[in-house]
Design a protein around this ligand. Structure first.
Ligand code: TGC
Ligand code: FAD
Length: 387
């Protein structure tokens, strides 16, 4: 008899019935409806917009938000949904992260009642798509230096600037855009059909191919005063949205790792080398055992952070611990699993290298590993070493 890696940690026993149900539902959606098409989407560098309705029907967009058509689940359930989506492909999890944790959360947390009524119900169903423009060509890790500028013209705002690497940029109906004003950084909701707004897709990606990544150009975009997010003041506003998306990644990255490990265990069990199964060799077992330890420890960390988030106790530095550790271990697991698959591991037929390539983006976005190391370093020493 063999065991599933996570059963060695008794992970299921840490979840309640509703959390297990949500996880099972998302896993079935991914396995039955999405997984068969993922290699093709990865190869053709597309993610069809139509899947938004399917994800919306399951309540996956903004699922941990309350009201406005959102499911209102706890944080652990949201994390488990991210994990199952990323067990398919990081592009799927990104799609849901950006819609729910960045676009919807920015409106939910900082928007006017009118903005919430206008956008949240449609974003929750997937009828509308949102994106979140913080990064610029020259300001990624250091968004405080952003050059995008919003200036007053009477009661209107005029936005000029360029955002870069924006997930769902060219498919979104509304962009949350962060810009410098005379009073510091502010957020704006830009309907993407506004004159002066254009989105150009990034091509030639070797990572996160089943995901749309775009440049946003704002050239004299005129917006009414009501387009400003009234409650967002300063850099802390966009950074607080990142906490939400980073939390999803703490769980999500482990989905890519779990799928890689399951694939490697199954492959090693059937692949014969030197006349017997690869799984029977000590070197293979050492790899599998070590990866199981990191996967299980990552899950324990994710659930611990999820419980703290549900109690309203989690801090940004604790999210950094989870994001740094779980993405770093997930990419190491995906790469190690690839070795077990030999040459077969370099094809789209098997998931580990696709996951590893995707995780290169996950290592970089939502704060690079170096930024999270420095955040933890600051928490430990009191010295900020960013500048
Ligand atoms: P610093 O002086 O530390 O902070 C400025 C203000 O912000 C507050 N703050 C936070 N608030 C909430 N959550 C956080 N995580 C926060 N971090 C900082 C802070 O208290 C302060 O508030 P106040 O009231 O005192 O003004 O700012 P800094 O300029 O020194 O920067 C710190 C640093 C480097 C940690 C920050 O800039 C950073 O996190 N950089 C990384 C940028 C990043 O992660 N970008 C992600 C873009 S979005 C994305 O990648 C989406 S991918 C999505 C997908 O496809 O899944
Ligand atoms: P840089 O900031 O130029 O960093 C380059 C290297 O320098 C990194 O290794 C970094 O860690 C290191 N470095 C930087 N500062 C320091 C320092 N002080 N000390 C030591 N090392 C340092 N952004 C959005 O706003 N919205 C999105 O939807 C979005 N989606 C994305 C999707 C994908 C697929 C990718 C790849 C990125 C996405 N991003 C998005 C952008 C992402 O957040 C940035 O790429 C990230 O924040 C890093 O910025 P950068 O690429 O400019 O790297």
């Amino acid at each position: 008899m063999t065991m599933h890696p996570l059963d060695l940690f008794g992970i299921d026993a840490l979840l309640d019935e509703q959390e297990r149900d949500i996880q099972g539902t998302v896993r079935r959606l991914v396995d039955q409806r999405l997984r068969p098409r993922l290699p093709e989407w990865f190869e053709s560098a597309t993610l069809p917009r139509e899947i938004a309705r399917e994800l919306g029907d399951l309540g996956l967009f903004g699922m941990h938000l309350h009201g406005y058509g959102c499911a209102g689940t706890n944080a652990v359930s949201y994390g488990l949904a991210c994990l199952e989506l990323e067990a398919g492909d990081s592009g799927l999890r990104s799609f849901v992260s950006v819609q729910g944790s960045l676009s919807m959360f920015s409106i939910y947390r900082y928007g006017s009642e009118e903005q919430k009524q206008e956008w949240l119900p449609r974003l929750a169903t997937g009828e509308a798509l949102g994106c979140f423009g913080l990064t610029e060509p020259d300001f990624g890790s250091n968004p405080a230096g952003m050059r995008t500028r919003a200036r007053r013209d009477g009661s209107d705002w005029i936005l000029d600037g360029t955002k870069m690497w924006i997930t769902n940029g060219s498919t979104a109906d509304v962009a949350t855009v962060w810009a410098q004003t005379d009073d510091g950084i502010r957020g704006f909701l830009v309907p993407t059909n506004t004159t002066g707004f254009t989105a150009n897709n990034v091509h030639g990606k070797l990572s996160m191919r089943a995901s749309v990544t775009s440049e946003l150009v704002l050239d004299g975009v005129r917006l009414p005063a009501s387009a400003q997010l009234p409650e967002a003041r300063g850099l802390g506003a966009p950074l607080s949205c990142l906490n939400e998306a980073r939390f999803g990644i703490v769980f999500g990255a482990l989905g890519a790792a779990r799928d890689s490990l399951e694939t490697a265990i199954e492959y090693a069990g059937t692949r014969e080398v030197f006349d017997r199964p690869l799984a029977g060799y000590q070197l293979t077992q050492e790899k599998l055992a070590d990866m199981t330890l990191e996967l299980g420890k990552g899950m324990l960390l994710a659930i611990q952070l999820g419980r703290m988030k549900d109690r309203g106790e989690i801090t940004p530095d604790q999210v950094s611990v989870g994001k740094l550790n779980n993405v770093r271990e997930a990419i190491a697991i995906a790469r190690e699993c690839r070795t077990i698959l030999g040459a077969n591991g370099i094809t789209l037929e098997y998931s580990p290298l696709r996951h590893a390539n995707n995780l290169e983006s996950v290592l970089t976005y939502e704060g690079t590993s170096e930024m999270h190391l420095l955040s933890i370093g600051r928490a430990l020493t009191g010295h900020a070493a960013f500048r």
